[in-house]
Design a binder for this molecule. Sequence first.
Ligand code: HEC
Length: 128
Amino acid sequence: MTQPIRLGLLAATITLVLFACGSDAVTVAPEFGSPLAADADGPTIYEARCASCHGTDLRGTEKGPSQLSIVYEPGHHGDDAYRSAVRNGARQHHWGFGDMPAVADITDDQIETVITYIRAEQERLGFE
Ligand code: HEC
């Protein structure tokens, strides 16, 4: 007789915990599907993990801003801002695209590699 009540309480507790966590954490991006090779190069990582929102050409999509915007030059958004955005996500604050979710399935080494790639592309293409 007590068993269903216990289960009900447990379910209610889990729901509460999930709800409490969900309210303050930036969501994690849905699974990207294919895991990346540990030694994937910058363009590969960018294409797989960033391009769907920031655009293959870095110029943004309807889901995320251009990485060539002057606000992303290193003096305004340093590499630590990049590390944090990828690991923790970023609350909407510069644009109207919504929050950036934390990026799933990416290692610390891959984050460094993709930042190096983006910085090189910013240098090559210039800020707009
Ligand atoms: C699901 C969409 C999405 C993906 C995937 C994504 N971003 Fe973002 N990103 C956004 C949005 C939206 C913003 C704008 C937030 C705002 O309003 O400032 C943003 C902002 C940023 C910022 C600025 C953060 C800040 O502090 O202002 C950086 C840096 C960034 N993205 C880098 C990346 C990199 C690198 C990747 C890939 C590893 C990536 N993003 C993947 C959507 C995405």
